[in-house]
Design a protein around this ligand. Structure first.
Ligand code: NAG
Ligand code: NAG
Length: 416
């Protein structure tokens, strides 16, 4: 049922439409409450992204890959209504207390589970999978929390039990679950392999984690959240290689591993700033790149910081189109594990466009993970957590309008 805000949104969008009776490229051409044109300008096709949103997608963008190099497509069926392999959201909380200098105070971590006095992350994930069609959750955690502040790979049993409770809750929904070490390539201010922890110390924590989850095929290993200001990108690729080798040698041979570049994992500068070329050298122990996926983040606000309510771009020309070309040329794929915006009309417009573009290019883009749900307060500017009333969960505007692959899924009940 369209809310007041959705009606206002439909009005705002219809006002922006061409007066010639046809929607422009990337313009809306159908959906819930849509009263504007349902035909598209030449060269574009009206494409149903969901029953609540259709838009004019360039007919040339459904190109087949030009590269003959093998693309490591995971054996997971696409979700109906969306051709992307993965759609989901970050379940934040275990990363609370982490600064962007890699100082993660273990006591700052706040498990997003009611048994640890957090929000109901379990209920959120059940709602997202049963009502919205989500099939992946990213579970950020600080390195220091996992080891209780001791540098290296020995996991703290009590802290691991708490984090594993979230991992198991995620796996129980049937979704894939990304283990994300949320340390910005650092430990207490110093960069891994470049003055800080050695590559061996970094590999050791991945050996411990991968040993624990070696038989869980729906675990995805997120090597590191948002490296930034890395002096030597080739040395960083060596640190990523150490983590990949550790994970595979621990027996986790089938799972996806996400490889992060510099500049906060920005999709926009992944190639131009040298991250892509450097990370192309990272391989599995057998020399293949099967399951090695590039990790990229992109927000839609004016400074790509993910801190502003309003969105100003769909990132297609600046980031997604050039990245898609580069990925095809190299026979590789990327996964957008952080993106988001405020629950406002500008973000609905641009996020729907970004997602439609990613879906049109799903040969190279695996999907997206929104930022964020979990332990954020309902007032958080980029909040995507559904609100609960009794057994009914109601999604935010951005999730229900764009991010949920099941069309128009605004609220649903669980536990009945
Ligand atoms: C980092 O990425 C942003 C956009 O995502 C860009 O504006 C900025 O110039 C980049 N910085 C570097 C050092 O590449
Ligand atoms: C990436 O950005 C950093 C920081 O601005 C810069 O020093 C470096 O030269 C850039 N590398 C490439 C390959 O553009």
């Amino acid at each position: 049922m369209p809310s007041k805000r959705l009606s206002a949104l439909a009005f705002a969008l219809s006002a922006a439409v061409s007066v010639h009776g046809q929607s422009p490229e990337w313009g809306q051409c159908g959906g819930t409450g849509w009263t504007g044109p349902t035909t598209c300008v030449a060269g574009t096709v009206c494409t149903d992204y969901s029953s609540s949103y259709s838009q004019c997608v360039p007919s040339t963008s459904t190109v087949t890959p030009t590269s003959t190099a093998p693309v490591s497509t995971p054996s997971i069926s696409p979700i109906s209504g969306n051709t992307l392999t993965f759609t989901g959201v970050n379940i934040a909380g275990f990363d609370f207390g982490c600064g962007s200098d890699g100082t993660c105070n273990p006591t700052g971590a706040w498990p997003p589970l009611t048994q640890y006095y957090g929000m109901d992350g379990a209920g959120q994930m059940q709602h997202y999978t049963s009502t919205d069609g989500y099939n992946v959750f990213r579970l950020p955690v600080g390195w220091q929390f996992l080891t209780n502040g001791v540098l290296g790979g020995d996991l703290d049993a009590d802290n691991l039990a708490e984090y594993d409770a979230l991992v198991q809750t995620c796996l129980a929904t049937g979704a894939s679950c990304i283990i994300d070490i949320h340390n910005y390539a650092r430990w207490n201010g110093l960069i891994i392999g470049q003055g800080g922890p050695t590559n061996d110390q970094f590999a050791a924590v991945w050996t411990s984690i991968a040993t624990k989850y070696a038989d869980e095929e729906k675990i995805i290993f997120g090597v590191m959240n948002e490296p930034h200001d890395i002096p030597d990108i080739n040395l960083w690729a060596g640190s990523v290689q150490a983590a990949v080798t550790a994970i595979r040698n621990a027996g986790a041979t089938k799972q996806l591993i996400l490889l992060p570049g510099n500049n906060w994992t920005s999709a926009e500068t992944f190639v131009s700033n040298g991250s892509g070329p450097a990370l192309l050298t990272v391989t599995n122990p057998d020399g293949s790149t099967t399951g090695l996926i590039f990790d990229v983040h992109k927000y839609l606000d004016f400074d790509n910081s993910g801190t502003n309510e309003e969105c100003v771009t769909n990132n297609i020309d600046s980031s997604w189109a050039p990245l898609a070309t580069w990925l095809r040329e190299n026979g590789r794929q990327a996964f957008n594990t952080e993106t988001g915006g405020g629950n406002v009309a500008s973000c609905v417009e641009y996020m729907c466009q970004q997602i439609a573009y990613q879906a049109q290019n799903s040969d190279v883009f695996l999907g997206y993970v929104g930022w964020a749900a979990g332990n954020f307060a309902p007032t958080y500017v980029l909040g995507e957590a559904p609100t609960q009333s009794g057994t009914t969960w109601t999604d935010t505007l951005l999730v229900s309008s764009c991010m949920a692959p099941i069309a128009g899924a605004q609220s649903g009940s669980t536990g009945e």
